[in-house]
Design a protein around this ligand. Structure first.
Ligand code: AHR
Length: 364
């Protein structure tokens, strides 16, 4: 946490806000009846609110002191990967009734249109805070302006947006460029250790959702290192959409097209699993010394197990546990404290040397 603890009126322009989420002074009151109405509305097919039937959201039905809860509308971009599902669990586990929250959680099923609809729904319901994981970097200006005009603070989670930063309050997420650069630096060191620093190295890349800040950041970070090595040749890159199925499809295509791939960069573990399946189908021995080097991101449990088996060579962590930080930032704002403009999650790089120490603690 880098936020200082000074009162900051800019988050609450023209409003009397709640000073203590368990206390008395509030601008908005939510009653048990309203909780029930919202929950019912959320379950209807036409509603943009998709309060899920499992997890901490069910606590809305408990006879809690609902009038004291902080209302947060959260738009999750989808559930394309294990990482994403872990991120959703982290948010729901942190924004519980016990922790002072009434969470409206929406799954946008991978489309920006659904996310914008959900955010507009949260605005019309006058929630206290809006948080969302943006599926792509561009295209948020209008809806962010609408939230600002409605005096609702917006917290961006995980990926970033290209919109002017005056349109949102803060961002909590991962350093995607650094992740990509870490992958490139690891490759340079590994080639040096193997005495291959000057060999021609053919690389292919399976990209995450095109236009997402995770894809853009990881690509820029990796390219930065690539550019320092004229002997590294980027043969091809294509969109694997952060999923196993698409990763397998794209990798099969590359294997048909190229017979001299030295390095496969998969921008997440789900795609790496798909790529490995494609390599197995193509008869590549994944345990031999001359298999392609596999670089992956996320460091899920399965990813780390594959590192320990020597199938994935390096797994650059992307930390999905942003829920507690989101909760802390909102509580800080509730108390009138100033919050930072950006919060970076802690992230590691895993190889055979250290993966076994961390694998058992993985939640995803
Ligand atoms: O934005 C984070 C990325 O999105 C993760 O690497 C990926 O697994 C997820 O779907």
């Amino acid at each position: 946490m880098t936020g200082s603890k000074k009162p900051n009126e800019k988050f609450f322009p023209g409003k009397t806000r709640r000073h203590d989420y368990k206390g008395n002074v509030k601008s908005k009151v939510i009653t048990l009846g309203a909780v029930f109405t919202i929950l019912t509305a959320s379950c209807s097919a036409c509603s943009p609110f998709n309060v899920e039937e499992t997890g901490s959201n069910m606590q809305f039905l408990e006879p809690e002191p609902a009038e004291n809860l902080i209302r947060v509308g959260f738009s999750q971009l989808g559930s394309e990967s294990k990482w994403r599902r872990a991120n959703s669990v982290s948010i729901k586990d942190a924004l519980t009734v016990d922790n002072g929250f009434f969470l409206q959680f929406n799954n946008a099923r991978q489309t920006q249109e659904n996310q914008i609809k959900a955010i507009r729904g949260f605005i019309s319901q006058q929630v206290d805070y809006i948080a969302f994981c943006p599926v792509t970097e561009d295209g948020w200006d209008t809806v962010l302006r609408e939230a600002k005009d409605a005096d609702i603070p917006v917290i961006i989670v995980d990926r970033q947006v290209s919109a002017d930063e005056s349109l949102y309050t803060t961002w909590i997420g991962e350093n995607m460029r650094q992740e990509g650069e870490n992958a490139g630096l690891w490759l340079a060191k590994m080639l040096e250790d193997r005495g291959k620093s000057h060999d021609k190295i053919n690389i292919i890349e399976l990209l995450g959702t095109r236009g997402s800040s995770s894809q853009i950041g990881r690509s820029i970070g990796f390219d930065t290192v690539c550019d320092r090595h004229p002997n590294w040749v980027l043969l091809d890159r294509d969109d694997g959409e952060f999923t196993t199925a698409k990763g397998q499809e794209v990798m099969s295509g590359f294997l048909r097209k190229y017979d001299d791939i030295d390095v496969v960069v998969c921008q997440n573990d789900d795609m790496a699993i798909g790529a490995v399946q494609a390599m197995q189908e193509a008869g590549i021995d994944l345990y031999s010394d001359d298999k392609p080097i596999i670089i992956s991101f996320d460091a899920s449990r399965q990813g780390l197990e594959m590192v320990m088996q020597g199938i994935i060579d390096v797994d650059v962590e992307c930390n999905p546990a942003s829920g507690p930080q989101l909760s802390e930032v909102i509580h800080d704002m509730e108390q009138g404290n100033q919050v930072a403009k950006a919060y970076f999650m802690n992230e590691e790089v895993f190889t055979k040397d250290n993966a076994s120490k961390f694998v058992d603690d993985r939640s995803y």
